[in-house]
Design a protein around this ligand. Structure first.
Ligand code: BTN
Length: 265
């Protein structure tokens, strides 16, 4: 994956993909998403990866912090999609989460589920999340940030995560950072090409097969408003289809849903 930091590695085959071909590996940074964005502005190529051993200001969705001690996978992938693809690009975060769930599931130790819009959960606890950020100038750049808990932090989970988070090691999967990242990138690259051609519709069935929320009652948070609903599924644009108490149906573009009866980040 990381030729830059493994100069003695065997040469890549001629048809090797772009994802992970160029990589920066840092011991510590505030956020790999910020590093990747900065590198993008300096001309980093499509598929470039930034990975860090620990983050001091890791960010999650909805303005939350992402706890990033050593031992987790913290990485950001730079994509340079065609300008015309940018408007409909947001569902790619759901594709990235699906590829991550499949990569983790391929380890054979657990069956990762997906919590809309792009979290990976195992047995009612969060394992991984995706933070997609984009800029349009001077040319389109999308950063796909991925955080995966590989093992419980050496100092234990902070109290607020104790009942919410899980890690791969807790399921007997001892894969290290590099092989896991390389396996995800290898799945993600063809999925990216397919997403550009066919949109999220091509992934809708596979996503639904791992959906944690289908048929469940949730609390939807939309800005300052909250309401209860039952989840009916995900649509071809990766919107969450929900049924409200009065019989109204909605398709949620973005936001936050909480399973009722269970907490969750
Ligand atoms: C979420 O579930 O809220 C998304 C979490 C994304 C965390 C990753 S860790 C690597 C990258 N850098 C960041 O600051 N955030 C993402």
């Amino acid at each position: 994956m990381n030729r830059a930091s493994h100069p003695g590695a065997a040469p890549e085959p001629a048809d090797a993909g772009a994802f992970g071909r160029v990589a920066r590996v840092l011991d510590e940074t505030a956020s790999t998403n910020d590093e990747a964005l900065e590198w993008a502005l300096q001309g980093a190529p499509h598929g470039a990866i930034v990975r860090a051993t620990r983050q001091t200001g890791g960010r999650g969705r909805q303005g939350r912090a992402w706890h990033s001690p050593p031992g987790g996978l913290y990485a950001s992938l730079l994509l340079r999609p065609p300008r015309e693809a940018l408007a409909g690009f947001a569902p790619f975060s759901a594709v990235a989460a699906l590829q991550l769930a499949e990569t983790i599931g391929a380890g054979g130790r657990c069956w990762p589920m997906l919590k809309w819009p792009n979290d990976v959960w195992i047995a009612g606890r969060k394992l991984a999340g995706i933070l997609l950020e984009s800029r349009t100038l001077p040319s389109p750049a999308v950063i796909v940030g991925i955080g995966v808990n590989l093992a419980p932090p050496a100092k234990g989970w902070p109290p607020e995560l104790r009942k919410l988070a899980t890690s791969l090691a807790e399921w007997g999967d001892r894969r290290a950072v590099e092989p896991l990242l390389a396996a995800w990138l290898a799945r993600l690259e063809p999925a990216y090409e397919r997403f550009l051609r066919e949109g999220f519709a091509a992934f809708q069935a596979a996503w639904s097969g791992r959906s944690l929320l289908d048929g469940r009652e949730v609390l939807v948070q939309e800005g300052d408003a909250t309401f209860r609903a039952v989840v009916e599924g995900i649509d071809a644009q990766a919107r969450l289809r929900v049924l409200l108490a009065g019989g109204t149906r909605r398709a949620l573009l973005a936001g936050e849903v909480h399973l009722l009866g269970e907490g969750g980040p």
